[in-house]
Design a protein around this ligand. Structure first.
Ligand code: AMP
Length: 497
């Protein structure tokens, strides 16, 4: 089984998955499932930009194409022509590490059992999986969490179980976040961890079914949203029917960061339109932090809905005074602070005429390492702004994510080692305000218990295994002991000088 990837602890993936099954797609060329998957993956590009892959089935064989790069460049016409059949799944991958080797890319295919899997999420605790696989004589050296899951399912199929039964049997070995699409020659499967940390929805299309990380992918191909895959649920879809198995007791905890940053604004999460929730973040901020200013400016794209919401409530004019170069990606995961800073200058440029001599409010979704804000504030003052007020549409991010978001170590999270006032001083901003935790939750219109809020409060709903030893659960107002963050602070000061 070609499952080798790089070392387990470096890979933290936030990805997009898609799957489709039907009898008669459009003109019946036999190519349509892969082509529709291609469009679906394009709509999910924001969830993963490192590599992309599609596996299709014509009922007899699985066919795969995957490569490094964006969806638009990974699939040429001739590649799609090599993916025949009425069933397909696809995966966009985003990770902090990885080479140009196809073995890093998903969906994984197991040619022995004719199954394929694509995983969105991350398993912070793979101890049970490792023990199981070692017991079966499988070498772990080059497996990551996703490929270990696939290997465990394969083991149970070796024992003679069918695909859905093997998934259910392997399920107790999976400790972490997983929203997975899979397929064999004649069905697709979709399953989600008991907390449903990452989204996964079901739609219908032309007499068939579609599953996708986000509903925006349904809109793109003209599919109709039906419902979410429930936390702890396994859905098996053949040409004729959808069968559901509630494998684990559901304990819904969608990652709140999907609402704050990840998901596309036109997607529905828990039946809430993400754009409207983000506008409400802004409206809430207008109530919590009324500021006397001349203009409100979003950091594109994620700050736009909240800035609009704030503008509507406050009456302060909204201006797109920061222009994003849409062809720059991945500033967040550059290996060094210097590289990230240079990327940022290429990524955002101010429209001086809209800022000169103005009291400016800037809205962004989050501060992680602080790189964006350090530079943005200086850029805005250089453009002639008189005051720069920063509004962040979530509470301080003080705990790392272990469930599939690419966040750095806790010692690199600025809000973990500095107070808000210390951060303001370091940014040289006129003021800095974070949306309150209650304000954020209220804006979603859903109870706090619906969400995984661990990046704010350190309350991890699924075991994070040994990683718990690497972090400090910070109470409100508390920060990391100086010894833990000193090196990071010095490094970033050096990078700025
Ligand atoms: P930083 O510059 O390190 O403070 O990162 C904050 C910026 O990165 C914000 O503008 C966010 O929109 C964006 N961001 C936050 N979380 C992530 C993530 N996990 N991956 C990529 N970008 C992110």
């Amino acid at each position: 089984m070609p499952l080798a990837v790089s070392s387990t602890d470096q890979l933290k993936e936030k990805c997009g998955v898609f799957g489709i099954i039907g009898q008669n797609f459009g003109d019946n060329t036999g190519l349509e499932a892969a082509r529709l998957t291609f469009y679906g993956l394009w709509a999910l590009q924001h969830r993963g930009q490192e590599s992309s892959g599609i596996v299709s089935s014509d009922g007899n064989n699985l066919h795969r194409h995957a490569a490094q790069g964006l969806v638009a460049t990974v699939y040429r016409e001739e590649d799609l022509e090599q993916l025949p059949g009425h069933i397909a799944i696809g995966h966009n991958r985003y990770s902090t590490s990885g080479g140009n080797d196809d073995l890093y890319n998903q969906p994984f295919v197991d040619n022995k059992h004719n199954i394929a899997l694509g995983h969105n999420g991350n398993l912070p605790d793979t101890s049970m999986l490792e023990e199981f696989l070692e017991g079966r004589g499988i070498r772990l050296k080059e497996l990551n969490d996703s490929s270990m899951m696939a290997a465990a399912i394969s083991c149970y199929m070796d024992d003679g179980m069918d695909f859905p039964t093997a998934i259910q049997k392997a399920w107790p070995l999976f400790t972490g976040a997983f929203s997975i699409v899979g397929m064999n020659k004649d069905s697709i499967v979709a399953f989600r961890d008991e907390c449903g940390i990452r989204p996964l929805s079901i739609g219908t299309f032309d007499g068939g079914y579609v599953v996708a990380s986000e509903t925006c992918a349904f809109d793109t191909i003209g599919a109709e949203f039906v419902r979410d895959v429930e936390p702890g649920e396994l859905v098996v879809i053949t040409e004729n029917e959808l069968t559901s198995f509630q494998v684990a007791k559901p304990n819904l905890k969608l990652d709140i960061f999907e609402m704050v940053y990840f998901a596309r604004p036109d997607s529905l999460l828990l039946n809430k339109r993400v754009d409207i929730v983000r506008q409400d973040f802004g409206r809430q901020m207008a109530k919590e932090f009324p500021i006397d200013a001349d203009v409100i400016v979003p950091v594109p794209d994620s700050g736009i809905p909240a800035a609009l919401g704030y503008s509507q409530v406050s009456g302060i004019p909204f201006e797109m005074a920061l222009i994003k170069n849409r062809y720059i990606h991945r500033t967040f995961i550059r290996p060094t602070e210097q590289l990230r800073e240079r990327d940022l200058k290429m990524k955002l440029n101010p429209v001086i005429d809209l800022l000169k001599d103005k009291r400016v409010i800037v809205v962004d979704d989050s501060i992680v390492r602080g790189t964006t804000m350090r530079h943005l504030v200086a850029m805005l003052f250089e453009a002639g702004a008189k005051e720069v007020h920063l509004l962040i549409t979530c509470p301080p991010v003080r705990h790392p994510d272990f469930y599939g978001i690419n966040t750095p170590k806790q010692t690199e999270l600025m809000a973990a080692y500095m107070t808000v006032e210390e951060m303001r001083q370091q940014f040289r901003a006129t003021s800095l305000h974070y949306l309150s935790f209650e304000g954020m939750i209220n804006a979603t219109g859903l109870p706090e218990s619906t969400f995984n809020n661990s990046c704010f409060n350190g309350d991890y709903p699924i075991s994070i295994g040994k990683q718990a030893q690497e972090i400090v659960i910070l109470k409100p107002g508390e920060k990391l002991p100086r010894s833990k963050y000193k090196k990071v602070e010095l490094a970033s000061a050096k990078a700025r000088s």
